[in-house]
Design a protein around this ligand. Sequence first.
Ligand code: BES
Ligand code: ZN
Length: 883
Amino acid sequence: MCLRHADVPSGSTNVAHGREVLPTNVKPVHYDLTLEPNFEKFTYDGTVIIDLDVTEDTNSISLNSNEIDIHDATVSVKGAVVASNPEISINKDTQVATIKFSDSVAAGSSAQLKLIFTGCLNDNMAGFYRSSYKMPNGETKYIASTQMEPTDARRAFPCFDEPALKAKFTVTLIADKSMTCLSNMDVASETDVQASKKAVKFNTSPLMSTYLVAFIVGHLNYIETRDFRVPIRVYATPDQDIEHGRFSLNLAAKTLAFYEKAFDSEFPLPKMDMIAVPDFSAGAMENWGLITYRIVDVLLDEKTSGASRKERIAETVQHELAHQWFGNLVTMDFWDGLWLNEGFATWMSWYSCNAFYPEWKVWQTYVIDNLQGALSLDSLRSSHPIEVPVKRADEINQIFDAISYSKGSSVLRMISKYLGEDVFLQGVRNYIKKHAYGNTQTGDLWASLADVSGKPVEKVMDIWTKNVGFPVVTVSENPNASSIKLKQNRFLRTGDVRPDEDTTLYPVMLGLRTKEHVDENTMLTERESEFKVPDLDFFKLNADHSGIYRTSYTPDRLAKLGQAARNGLLTVEDRAGMIADSGALASSGYQKTSGLLSLLKSFDSESEFVVWNEILTRIGTLRAAWLFEDSQTKDALKTFQRSLVSAKAHEIGWEFSDKDDHILQQFKGLLFGSAGMAEDPTVVQAAHDMFNRFAAGDLSAIHPNIRGSVFTIVLKHGTEKEYNVVLDRFFNAPTSDEKTTALRCLGAAEDPALIKRTLDLASGDQVKNQDIYMPLGGLRNHPAGIEARWTWLKSNWDAIYKRLPPALGMLGTVVQLTTASFCTEEQLKDVQAFFQDKDTKGFDRAVEQSLDAIRAKVSWIQRDRADVETWLKTNSFLRDGKL
Ligand code: BES
Ligand code: ZN
């Protein structure tokens, strides 16, 4: 992009660090913002008066504005108008409005910029937007809500839309008297405007970034708790049962109190509101004092939702509350520091979830969830460093990904183990205190941690945040010297690392586990080093998988570790992490897939949910990669899965009782689903029985923990009859969780006519944009579904592009979803060809990452097709006659 292009007003942008940012001639101090939404025309009228500190003599002011019609501008200094109706030019590309006037304003003065504008209450879930819900009588109603992060505050009102340009906000909303108006702060005054309207003025906020501003207008119900120092409320539209907010409400009260202690810093706002918004592009958003949520991520009906939904809500609520300090009070200075926000909130939500629900053992889950998510994406050539330069608005949305969230939090988990959790948290407290109401860079966090620990934190951590990727550590053994030799190399899923891509030497925290001890201090900092091990009989690297790396053992050692697992020498995290490593190493060619299969087979006596979960994930990954292979091999893999899972599934059963703890509920659900998908006849029969009773009107016949599995098992070979039953639940179930579970499952139906119905549903307007990935995702388990949805994307590209403008982030998800399931060379070429001549701005990462993922599968299959077949034969899952 050329910034000197003729239509760019000079001085409208500044390219510090190569970033497209605003010039620094003025600095916003305070916004007085008034907005009046119109629910008939879906527009809003706005006035903003921005107090500015002038830092240079100037006769132009540039600020961000996107799709807003600015009618009128006035610049004044100390009440005297300097310019009325000055020239306003808009650069659509950089989303900057520049106001030019002839009398210049002197450096050191305070100026006021008043803008009068009209905006559109759009239906794109960005800026100030409309969100709809249906009343029981079928009537569609609207609320107006906001989503500003990362760069859509400029879509709601003209503003200096950069995280470091913090200012105070005084918001006034004008609406019908029957409506509720909410913003970040509490209400200062309510006055009548005409007979039917009111103006609700909110108190002035503390210094904050524009991306955290929020306002909401609509008919809303709420519940409130006074269990915390300031009132907390959960709001929802009248079509929802507001009592379903009780779990989140109570958890928020406990969590805010917990965080005040953990951060040693009082929550600075006078209230905390949380609202379920019917249309919401992400899961939730941490607006200061007014957190917005997707309905399913905040409202819980314990009677009709399963344990995993409850856990997700707890995670989401705690994540957004953690941001109230980490993100809102202390904010990254620009978006390349996004990981500070998201990585930390992720780590913190796990930390507090573990404190409140120790029986959920969430840190075990972390190893198969965030850690694997991080390693998976970061094993692609098209990954990026945690601290990634982002220049333009359309690049920012794309880094809300597993690198910022999961690798970011994994880096923090690693350093917290290295320093000790208490020292780590003390450093965080100091950091919060030092930078409250300010902006930081990654180095500021490292400095606080170094101060408190006396350890060279920056030196160690910089390498992890500034470089892409992570290493695989190859272990060779020297029995004579009782030592192990370790060598690190960059790990790529495609297994084709070039020397120039393998130049970073990571400080690898080895976490060497021996019989009595875990060594948390030793690091591998060189390419290769030798380490003494007290007893080569038993050792394992990466204890609890606190380090960000994969370990490649010899096949012999891997077998011994399998034995050690059975002998109780390894923790749950060790077992799950070891399986994950083995799976990743097999799929990338560092080990043989037969080795993985043998390892998995040796875990048939495993007792823990998290380990089983990883075992089944890895079989799932293998089966997904082999999806376009011949049916005999695929059947053999299915038989293998059944042989592993059936006995255990039958043992723990699929009857649920109130006495089942949180993990057991999910364990039963996991094994039932897996056995059913592997066509265990008893499970399939049970699924059909439950489904038939359900279809006949007994809605309690299917337990919420296995609702999705039962639907999927039955739909797989189902007809229109079963499809219609599930579809009816999408339309008519009372809760959003039940509706969306049904929507996610429809794609399991393999009948071509039913595949078409699923795709038609995705195209139509009965599925909200926020949920469009759900019917599409359901098609991923069968070749016909995968092919049909790709054809659908190709033939409807223009309409889909229009429906999901790339700047909003959802198009990337849909592109990834519709392409990443492919496994063959021809499919790879097809995807490549389709996007070759398209403008992929706003979703180019998604395309690249999909292509990389397909490439990795193509090579995996080529490499290990015969190896897998031989193993399946040797182990009698495949008859010898084949080939
Ligand atoms: N700040 C994000 C919301 C967000 C996401 C804004 C993407 C803009 C683009 C929020 O704190 C968040 O991370 N939400 C998560 C939930 C969380 C439990 C990981 C989400 O939306 O999935
Ligand atoms: Zn977040």
